[in-house]
Design a protein around this ligand. Structure first.
Ligand SMILES: [Zn+2]
Length: 423
């Protein structure tokens, strides 16, 4: 059974490095409970494979944990071409000392060729780590091979390295964000003042004032904006019931009664279709948000602008922020940027809503559902009530604000331009 063999090889490798844990063994036991006898054999093999060398000692605090924020900002975390570094050994040196993770590499993004792994002993990986010993010697190890060689200690080393790398990345992003914050904030404050937002609010208000009943009916539609109109459909069930009723009547007649019916030509089955009332889809209203929303986008944007402003001010004032606080800031700010874009795009909902074809279909519906007096000539909706004519004039479109500053700021905030790549 090859799967079994493979697992045992893994055990052996892990065990030589002194890190197989009880949970692993129990885990395997559980997995193999179907083939019962495997468990003691596995345990015995594990016992036999106890390492000759003693396991590496407890992890000391690595250099990554000791660096200050300003030092972290100066550090290279990635190596472009790890094989070209000085003092790269082809074999792991005979020492019990633990190396440090010095760099990560991903040569698929740089030189495009796999590099030799000290564990696999051939060019086996694009991604991996440069490990450095205290005397300056280096080895290159594939992404998952460090763990095979150094076990849990390597996971600690890798975690320290990745934590430092991530913090450095957040610190860089914080600096970039603060460098562009003032420009972003002033553009964001200006955004809701664009005439398109003013037009949105004004148009919505006028629509409600002039054709109030229609505005209310659209507001109350289900949010999919589907309009239905009454229609008649054939009621086949009713026709069947009528036929069966006739059959029963005929069956109960005497010959004389039947003859009378035949003479009058009244012995034939009932004819003619039966219809029932139904609803048929008429039109799916475009830009339904324009008719249904209660908050105008400029108001939403003003409140987002305040929140973004205070979040950025807070970021600037943070003394020695924790990494998780920085992560939370970027999550929250990215969410706000998405909302800014969504609110801006609501202007398109108004354009769709007021397209002549859309308004024409809505008015057709209103004529049948609400009041015959609704009309639309391509520009103006009219409605007569108590002899007074109310009019709603579809406005000309008023441009669209340039909101590219939002995605610019997203890039400035999220991109780590020089992610510690060592050339
Ligand atoms: Zn390897």
């Amino acid at each position: 059974m090859s799967g079994y063999q493979k697992l045992d090889d893994d055990d052996a490798v892990k065990h030589r490095s002194g890190q197989i844990g009880r949970t692993t063994i129990l885990g395997k036991n559980k997995k193999r409970s179907n083939s019962g006898h495997r468990w003691p054999i596995t345990l015995m093999e594990v016992q036999l494979l106890r390492p000759h060398q003693s396991a590496p000692g407890p992890t000391k605090v690595g250099r990554w944990g000791k660096l200050s924020d300003s030092e972290l900002l100066e550090v290279d975390f990635l190596s472009k071409d790890p094989s070209s570094l000085p003092n790269v050994l082809l074999e792991i040196p005979q020492t019990e000392a633990l190396p440090e993770v010095e760099f990560a590499y991903d040569t698929s993004q740089t030189i495009g060729v796999k590099v030799r792994c000290v564990h696999c002993r051939y060019e086996n990986h694009n991604r991996g780590f440069v490990l450095q010993f205290e005397n300056g010697d280096r080895v290159l190890v594939g992404g998952t091979c460090g763990k095979k060689r150094y076990g849990a200690d390597f996971q600690t080393l890798e975690r320290d390295f990745e934590a430092a790398r991530q913090r450095a990345s957040y610190l860089k992003r914080r600096n970039q964000t603060l460098a562009h914050a003032a420009t972003f904030r002033s553009a964001l404050e200006q955004l809701p003042l664009h005439p398109a937002f003013v037009s949105y609010k004004k148009t919505k208000r006028e629509f409600s004032r002039s054709v109030t009943a229609l505005a209310r009916a659209l507001h109350d539609l289900p949010s999919d904006g589907q309009l239905y109109l009454p229609t008649k459909v054939r009621d086949f069930e009713a026709e069947n019931r009528r036929y069966e009723r006739w059959e029963r009547q005929m069956g109960s007649l005497t010959k004389t009664e039947m003859a009378t019916l035949q003479r009058g030509g009244k012995h034939l089955p009932p004819r003619g279709h039966i219809f029932r009332d139904s609803e048929e889809p008429h039109w799916k209203v475009k830009g339904i948000d324009f008719f249904q929303s209660t908050h105008s986008p400029d108001g939403e944007l003003s409140s987002i602008s305040q929140r973004a402003g205070s979040a950025l001010a807070n970021l600037a004032q943070m003394q020695n922020p924790k990494t998780f606080e920085l992560r939370q800031f970027f999550q929250a700010m990215n969410d706000l940027l998405n909302v800014i874009e969504r609110q801006t795009l609501r202007l398109n909902e108004m354009s769709s809503a007021l397209e002549a074809a859309n308004v024409a279909k809505i008015v057709e519906w209103a004529q049948k559902r609400l009041d015959k007096s609704y009309s639309f000539d391509g520009l103006v909706i009219r409605h007569t009530s108590d002899g007074a004519v109310a009019e709603f004039r579809v406005p000309n479109t008023i441009g669209f604000p340039d909101y590219s500053f939002v995605s610019d700021f997203r890039d400035q905030m999220n991109e780590v331009r020089n992610d510690g790549v060592r050339s």
